[in-house]
Design a protein around this ligand. Sequence first.
Ligand code: DSN
Length: 419
Amino acid sequence: MTDHFDPALSQTDPEIAALIKLEERRQHDKVRLIPSENYVSRAVLEASGSVLSNKYSEGYPGRRYYEGQQNIDPVETLAIERMKKLFGAQHANVQPYSGSPANFAVYFAFCKPGDSVMGMALPSGGHLTHGWGVSVTGAYFASHQYGVRKEDQRIDFDEVARLAREHKPKLLWCGATAYPRVIDYDKFAEIAREVGAILVADVAHIAGLIAAGAHPSPVGKAEIITTTTHKTLRGPRGGMILCDDKHKAAIDKAVFPGLQGGPHNSTTAGIAVAAKEASTEAFKKYGHAVVANAKTLAETLLSRGFSLVTGGTENHLVLADLTPKNVPGKVAAKALDRAGLVCNYNSVPFDTRKPFDPSGIRLGSPAVTSRGMGATELKAIGNWIADVVEHPDDEKLLARVAGEVKSMCDKFPAPGIQL
Ligand code: DSN
């Protein structure tokens, strides 16, 4: 009985097909400003939705626990080799299911439960898996968290050095999810060297900027680099670990069989395609345009009286503290969504409000830049954001902005989406 395999999705499951169509429409009609999101190309979508999904491949190219790897081995080898070349790294493991599993694999490779580790605190812009208490990484390890300085909201390197000397962490994590400034890998590397820690750079948010040369690279400074593949890097949802050859065996063993079973081969193919795309001149221009667009957005918001964490941005994101505007972040984010401007509410450093109802909103330029939007559009977006944040209950205004947003979006087709 194979007849139920043949019909198209719209016939087999019209409900799911309709929801996918609606999501295509939403991604086309709205200005997507969540800094960890993007649009992938049609090529990446095709590769990651392919029959490679039907295959089990536990192990690594040439060393698998299942036969029939004639096509999978070259796919994974291409992904590995392209990523090594793109980042100038000695080794790449492209199997982590996403960023959190990639990070867990690093802990598993180098630490035992109870070992001392260090990372940036979540409220300062770090990630859950950098040792925050509610994460297994904070629960199973002796986690020490550094933050940003109150006066300028930049990473407090005096605190990093003091805590590192005191607690001698096995792993020192750097990298962030809500930090709008360039990360100083040299300073982190110096501290890690002094205390004998392994420096791990989680570049999930900025991997595409690094590949494009629009943000300094941690290669040669951090012994281990983890990332997702679906943010500025514009690949499918997945994860990756880059490292020196000396850590290759430990990392590969930690990912499989330590933490995961079979890799998601269709994702691996999408990662290979994304690596090829990211090695082009067009992608270099994209990475620099992401940074320029975020700057334009920040300058527009500053001109409208917004308070921005660290006073601006040097990367792809802007974190606005709405306290002076007297609007909670959640109220603003929901009003912005109704107006066709999609962002997320976010804690700001030293936030006096709770994480589920914080003071800030987080905005980013990766997705709008993938659509080809530039300074004119980012200025318009900044002004719309200001209008909405200043009048979040004015439904008439929100509807007008949503209309203007849609008209603008119609001029910038969303990659990978054919309506
Ligand atoms: N969830 C991601 C983000 O939005 O920043 C981090 O993993």
